[in-house]
Design a protein around this ligand. Structure first.
Ligand SMILES: [Zn+2]
Ligand SMILES: [Zn+2]
Length: 400
């Protein structure tokens, strides 16, 4: 019998606005959208940011959400800010009559009864979009839910709670038989009732996905009252609610990859089982626990080679290591190494390659990379480790 697994995939992780800039491409520039498929086939989408477009394209390739032709999916919308609904007009499955979608969100006091339908359709109204909402031929059913509410979808139990965010927002707890996920983004700590409700929602969850948009300093000063949170607040919620894994989410549009690397490593000092949401990241939940995987993205011309190198980094238990190893291939974006140690995903490796020959002493080539893959390697004796190079800014170029 195959193991029952719930699969969660991150299609958009950026907050506020899409960011196609190169300096934040490693984590990704699409706004919030996640896909969750429980082992019984129950299918959910969390938020409809610009990541939704890529999800639709992927379905087109696989001919539907589960490879079947017609889609039957449940969409939990946290709130109506642009970054959480902007993918809707660009999601092809909404324009295909065989598909069924159930939408869930709250009645906004600005829009009144039928808020959910109004908010979603008004972005296609003239003169904002060339195609009318009537062209959306998929069956769409709208469910207005409230904080404190809970309901069942297939074998999955959903619970909603109000978060502290301008014009309102809902956080969701999703209980599958394979494990529990709490999706709580766009929330500012209030030091009171909201903080308490959030901790109840997140209690003992396997995975907590939480708003970590700002640095603790920004949250305390220039960004106070903007409705978001920090990596430090995320750590506090994770600890108080005793969750198993924390995923930092809703990255600020002005945070480069290096800034997010810094938030992640600071958070891991306080709460080791922390990850930074990355486009293409997959989280599998099963009876055996939670497994995180990153998308293999070392595309480009690949050169097979064997270079001796000295590699230093952090292993899966957070311990530092250094070893003599081999670089097995290189692309323009990254490298593949054979190591005895098992470096932690999303941690930083430093690799110094020796140049061959006596005369080349002192001309070693060094680079830093972030770990995107670690599995038992091709020859089953060592670990195969994939890294993507970390881009250095002009001022941060390594000296050696
Ligand atoms: Zn947002
Ligand atoms: Zn928002």
């Amino acid at each position: 019998m195959t193991e029952a697994i719930a699969k969660l995939e991150f299609c958009g992780v950026r907050g506020s606005t899409p960011t196609p800039e190169r300096e934040n491409g490693r984590y990704g520039g699409n706004t919030p959208c996640l896909e969750l498929t429980a082992a019984d086939g129950t299918h959910l989408i969390l938020d409809c940011g610009t990541g939704l477009r890529a999800l639709g394209n992927r379905w087109a390739q696989s001919n539907g959400a589960n490879g079947a032709h017609a889609v039957d999916s449940h969409i939990l919308v946290t709130h109506y800010h642009w970054d959480h609904i902007q993918g809707i007009p660009f999601f092809h499955p909404f324009f295909e009559p065989q598909n069924h979608f159930h939408f869930y969100s709250f009645e906004s006091r600005y829009l009144g009864p039928g808020s959910l339908r109004k908010a979603l359709e008004s972005q296609l109204a003239s003169p904002y979009f060339p195609v009318d909402a009537n062209m959306m031929s998929a069956q769409r059913i709208f469910h207005e839910v409230a904080g404190g509410g809970s309901w069942q979808i297939g074998g999955v139990r959903i619970k909603a709670a109000r978060l502290n965010h301008p014009q309102g927002c809902l956080g969701y707890r999703i209980e599958t038989p394979e494990g529990s996920i709490v999706y709580a983004t766009d929330n500012e700590p209030d030091g009171g009732e909201f903080d308490k409700v959030l901790r109840q929602l997140a209690e003992s969850a396997d995975v907590l996905i939480y708003d970590a948009q700002y640095s603790p300093e920004q949250l305390a000063s220039t960004r106070k009252g903007w409705g978001h949170s920090s990596w430090l607040e995320a750590v506090k919620v994770a600890r108080d609610a005793r969750v198993n894994n924390l995923i930092l989410f809703h990255h600020d549009p002005d945070s480069s990859d290096r800034v997010i690397d810094g938030y992640l490593s600071a958070a891991r000092q306080e709460f080791p089982d922390t990850w930074a949401a990355t486009e293409g990241m997959m989280v599998n939940l099963s009876k055996r626990g939670v497994a995180v995987k990153l998308r293999e993205s070392r595309i480009g011309l690949r050169k097979r080679l064997r270079f001796a190198a000295t590699v230093s980094g952090v292993d899966q238990d957070g311990k530092k290591f250094e070893e003599k190893a081999q670089v097995r291939d290189l692309t323009m974006l990254g490298a593949y190494l054979a190591l005895n140690n098992r470096p932690r995903l999303q941690s930083e490796l430093r690799v110094v390659m020796e140049a061959a020959g006596e005369g080349n002493r002192g001309s070693a080539l060094s680079f830093r990379g972030t770990v995107i893959h670690c599995e038992i390697g091709r020859e089953h004796t060592q670990n195969g480790v994939g890294v993507v190079f970390i881009e250095e800014t002009e001022s941060g170029l390594p000296r050696d």
